[in-house]
Write a protein that binds this ligand. Structure first.
Ligand code: TTP
Ligand code: MG
Length: 382
């Protein structure tokens, strides 16, 4: 696959910049926005002038007042920020249809293949900055890179009003001296663990072998390995409309045997997980639907911390709901359904590991043997 061209756009000091835009007297002054009811007395964001005094997001307002007594303190005006956010998105969408809004003030763009039409990635990035400045009145920082992870890190490197370009060949040197905390999914706990191993920079992390990382960090080991080498295959997801996916089966006659229900759930899991994988998505929530012979219907769902698109996991989760939440003793089942929601981009790196793939295959085969399912996975792409 040729290298992709991804842009990450992040507006500078967003809420505070909008306040300065709407009231030009505030330009160049320390502006601190926060303290709405929901934010309960903490700073949402501060203008760069206020940051020079040490004011930061999530700080108690009282502390910000001490650090910056001359600051202008303002309440959050969410509706206004949303309106501006929409205008920025419109500009981005006119560059490419492949835009993924990531939060109120950031978005990913996939401009792979746009270069013939619109010029070099760097020029497209400059054009975006110019248009947002001219048409909306705000500055932003951009990262241009072969993937989302690198683009996001890059956009944060020269804030405010920055533009950082990472070429495919330079990705490892770009990451080398950055702290491991820059890696997606490395929170305080993992960071501390790594520090105890003497690992502070991404270069040091990249020196660990795949199996070492997997042994120490289990499931996130694969991610640490790939990201530390600048590898990230997550797609820019434009299809935000997909909120859930589901599949269900109505039986030709009502069913009481658990084994048949489990087998059907397995078939539904195969279907749903395959669609998820094809779309590069994973689901955190699983919902089981059961309709009894008397047509009473109910659904039970559970949300997990980690998203998945693996058949085996989805099936296990669905079966758990069936085991724990459904009373099958009194009535027969007419219909069973499986839905997944809380969808998000799913890194499929686990699947690139041959050993893991093998284990998965073995597990699936066992299930299929046990339930007498044949040929169900024909044509399936793992
Ligand atoms: P960020 O993009 O993280 O911050 P920012 O735009 O203010 O500053 P910069 O990108 O230049 O570093 O968040 C976007 C907006 O989200 C921010 O303006 C306010 C809001 N926000 C909160 O309400 N609480 C928070 O803790 C953070 C980090 C942001
Ligand atoms: Mg921002």
């Amino acid at each position: 696959m040729p290298a992709r061209k991804i842009i990450h756009v992040d507006l500078d000091a967003f809420f505070a910049s909008v306040e300065q835009l709407d009231n030009p007297k505030l330009k160049g002054r320390p502006v601190i926005v926060g303290g709405s009811i929901k934010e309960r007395g903490v700073v949402s964001t501060a203008s760069y002038e206020a940051r020079a005094f040490g004011v930061q997001s999530a700080q108690p307002i009282a502390r910000a007042r001490k650090l910056c007594p001359q600051g202008v303190f303002l309440r959050v005006r969410m509706d206004r920020y949303r309106e501006i956010s929409r205008r920025v998105l419109k500009i981005l969408s006119s560059c490419t249809p492949k835009v993924e809004p990531a939060s109120i003030d950031e978005a990913f763009l996939d401009i792979t293949g746009c270069e013939k039409l619109f010029g070099k990635a760097e020029d497209i990035a400059r054009e975006i900055k110019t248009r947002i400045k001219k048409e909306v009145g705000l500055t932003c920082s951009l990262g241009v890179a072969p993937n989302k992870f690198l683009a996001k890190v890059a956009s944060g490197m020269q804030k405010p009003d920055g533009l950082v370009i990472v070429k495919d060949n330079d990705k490892e040197s770009f990451l080398a001296n950055l702290p491991v905390g820059k890696i997606w999914g490395v929170g305080k706990v993992t960071q501390r663990e790594l520090q105890q191993m003497g690992i502070y920079t991404i270069r040091q992390l990249g020196e660990l072998s795949f199996s070492e990382l997997q042994k120490t960090f289990g499931r996130i080991g694969a991610r640490l390995y790939n990201l530390s080498h600048g590898i990230d295959r997550t797609p820019v997801l434009t299809d935000r409309k997909i909120k859930s996916m589901s599949s269900e089966t109505t039986f030709p006659h009502d069913i009481s045997e658990r084994k048949v229900l489990e087998k059907t759930l397995y078939e539904l899991s195969v279907k749903v997980s395959k669609t998820l994988r094809n779309k590069g998505l994973g689901a955190k929530s699983i919902q089981l639907k059961v309709r009894f012979s008397d047509f009473t219907t109910f659904t039970r769902s559970h949300t997990y911390r980690e998203a998945t698109n693996l058949t085996e996991f989805i099936w296990q989760r669905a079966k758990e709901l069936l085991d724990k939440k459904v009373d099958l003793s009194a009535r027969k089942v007419r219909l069973i359904g499986l839905a997944v929601f809380n969808l998000g981009a799913q890194r499929q790196m686990e699947l690139f590991v041959p050993e893991k793939m093998q284990r998965l295959e073995v597990a699936l085969e066992k299930i299929e043997k046990k339930y007498g399912i044949r040929g169900i996975r024909k044509g399936r792409t793992l």
